[in-house]
Design a protein around this ligand. Structure first.
Ligand code: HEM
Length: 435
């Protein structure tokens, strides 16, 4: 078997540009590396060396290995730890299982039924607001809206009435901090603003948790306060605050990214808007149980997640020796799952660059259990997967029942960025008009 040093890597002077290339366009960077070195290669990002390998088999191997050998927390640590310490993704093994089980109470059926009603109200307000026909720069707009929803569902707060911009700015600074190239809190760096953003969130959320202990509500904070594990364990205030900050971040940015990407696709190929409209019209009564009938909407949303997964790549740390693509990889190596390239693997997807929701009708996604992985896999698979599907269906039904959408600029192929999540690099201006 080949050894670690047999894995190809650029010369040192090119490695110095890897982080910049990754941050500005991760898929392009990985593509270039693959063309140059083949499916397995090494690269250096944020000062750490990574072994990259691609495809559903690799994803399966990484996701299915126990946390004794493949660690998620240590994988994410260089990026997330200063800003989102103790979030679920930063935990492994028994500690992760205990915390995830307690958190799961916030995503069970009674909680989802409650979120359903809140999302429906939010979606109807959203539709009423965009129906004015004014020009909207969609990504910043929906980010604000999904943050508004997250504040309602998770914290029971009214975004516009209470913390408002302060929390929104603190969030975006904290998320942007994860990508700061300077990793010490020097004044006026992204890193420094990120650390300050986190402090603001900790202070605001700690007060809130204390209030909810006295006066429970039907939000995620209250579910987390009352939830107990089988052995009776419960979360402390600090643990709830850490989980909330992480979950809010995981929830609102990913949802904003995926809906923006869907609008991007259906304004380029308006035929799919008709399909969304027909699907919306086909439901006479709308309830939590009838969501599964919005099958075409689900396929369009899934195809959006395939072609532009919000997270293009997720990191892992090998804590034991592992064999990967015929190489003996020693413990201590950093690696990851490349979602973007896996979703474009021609062995599994026909015409992968084309937006074609019908591939889910044809069950093209069923050839390999790890070929479609926008929500990850294994024990860390996204806890909000069903919630985000529900959010998307409710919002899309509400919008396309009444409206169509068009771009207001002639150029439909706009520049996009993929870090920290997929989003347009330039304004994506749209207008919603009555059908
Ligand atoms: C389209 C929307 C979303 C996408 C594409 C997405 C994607 C992902 C991915 C890929 C992971 C796994 C990361 C890894 O294994 O390294 C993950 C984990 C997670 N997601 Fe999501 N997510 C979405 C929405 C949400 C929502 C709405 C919530 C919260 C309500 C959420 C909360 C979380 C949490 C807490 C984890 C960590 C789970 C764990 O470590 O056990 N996500 N998500």
């Amino acid at each position: 078997m080949k050894t670690y040093t047999d894995i190809p890597i650029d010369p040192w002077y090119q490695q110095t540009l890897h982080t910049l290339a990754f941050v500005s366009d991760a898929p392009k960077f990985f593509d270039r590396q693959m063309k140059k070195h083949g499916k397995t290669y090494r690269c250096k990002i944020l000062g750490k060396e990574y072994v990259r390998a691609h495809g559903p088999d690799i994803a399966q191997l990484i996701f299915k290995n126990s946390s004794d050998s493949v660690q998620t927390g240590l994988g994410w640590q260089p990026v997330l730890d200063s800003f989102f310490p103790n979030g679920l993704l930063l935990k492994d093994g028994k500690n992760h299982i205990t915390h995830r089980r307690i958190m799961q109470h916030g995503f069970n059926k009674p909680a989802m039924l409650n979120y359903f009603k809140q999302i429906q109200r939010w979606a109807d307000d959203f539709t009423a607001d965009i129906a004015s026909g004014r020009e909207i720069d969609f990504f910043p707009y929906i980010k604000e809206q999904t943050l508004d929803l997250a504040l309602k569902m998770f914290l029971g707060l009214d975004y516009k009435a209470e913390f408002g911009q302060k929390i929104a700015t603190a969030f975006s600074d904290t998320v942007a901090g994860t990508l700061g190239l300077v990793r010490v809190p020097l004044l006026n760096t992204k890193y420094h603003r990120g650390i300050k953003g986190r402090q603001t969130l900790v202070e605001a959320f700690t007060t809130l948790v204390q209030q909810r202990r006295l006066e429970p509500n039907d939000d995620l904070v209250s579910y987390m306060i009352s939830a107990r594990d089988e052995d009776g364990s419960e979360f402390s205030d600090q643990q709830i605050v850490d989980h909330l900050i992480f979950t809010m971040m995981a929830a609102h940015d990913t949802t904003a990214s995926s809906i923006t990407s869907l609008i991007y696709q259906v304004t380029k190929a308006p035929h799919w808007q008709k399909v969304l409209q027909e699907d919306a019209d086909s439901l006479k009564e709308f309830s939590y149980d009838s969501l599964s009938m919005l099958e075409q909407t689900e396929h369009i949303f899934k195809e959006t997640l395939r072609i532009n997964p919000p997270l293009v790549s997720i990191p892992r740390y090998l804590s034991k020796d592992v064999e990967l693509s015929g190489y003996a990889i020693p413990a201590g190596t950093r690696t990851g799952v490349n979602i973007f390239q896996t979703h474009r693997d021609q062995e599994y997807w026909s015409n992968p660059e084309q937006f074609d929701p019908d591939r889910f009708d044809r069950k093209e996604d069923k050839k390999h259990p790890y070929q479609f992985i926008p929500f990850g896999g294994g024990v860390h698979k996204c806890i909000g997967m069903h919630l985000s599907m529900m959010e998307a269906k409710i919002l899309l039904r509400s919008i396309f029942q009444k409206l169509s959408v068009e771009r207001t600029e002639p150029e439909l192929d706009i520049a996009v960025a993929t870090a920290p999540i997929w989003h347009p690099k330039v304004p994506m201006k749209v207008r919603f008009v009555p059908r």
